[in-house]
Write a protein that binds this ligand. Sequence first.
Ligand code: IMP
Ligand code: MG
Length: 176
Amino acid sequence: MYRQDTLIRSEEIQEMVQRLGKQITKDYEGKELLLIGALKGAFVFMADLVRAIELPLQVDFMAVSSYGSATKSTGVVKILKDCDTNIEGKHVIVVEDIIDTGLTMNKLLALLQTRNPASLALCSAFDKPSRRQVEVPLQYRGIEVPDQFIVGYGLDFDGKYRNLPEVCVLTEVVDE
Ligand code: IMP
Ligand code: MG
């Protein structure tokens, strides 16, 4: 059994989304913008973020996995699903749920860079900088979180909890 303790309320998450949406709207005016969401975790953030950006844009998704188990990073990034869009000459923002060790986005950005986008930026709803192993350029940073395993707002534990509107810390409850 796991207990859920709220870490970030949905109102605070929505404020963060509006702030990033406004910033992106300002920075990409007049440019051909493509947002690429990292599945599965980023699907909730992506849906909110696109509606906070007041520009014509395209969306696409990629599925990448870096973890063998729920919490152990292997450093190996697998492309499970590539995007369908030709990104050459486009202004691309990769949308992620959380940057932890940085390994996943480090590899993914390096791959996308070889496809010659006009520009490439990264936007993440949450950031856990205390766990970073490799540097990643995070131009659009949502909310910094402590070194705890969080779920909700797209983030999962064992495939579950993605649908929580707020972000919670999971604590294992031991039965007596
Ligand atoms: P990184 O390569 O270590 O930066 O891994 C990032 C990925 O690990 C994220 O896209 C999440 O899928 C997953 N992840 C990292 N921290 C958490 C967490 O606290 N809760 C749920 N998933 C996490
Ligand atoms: Mg992810």
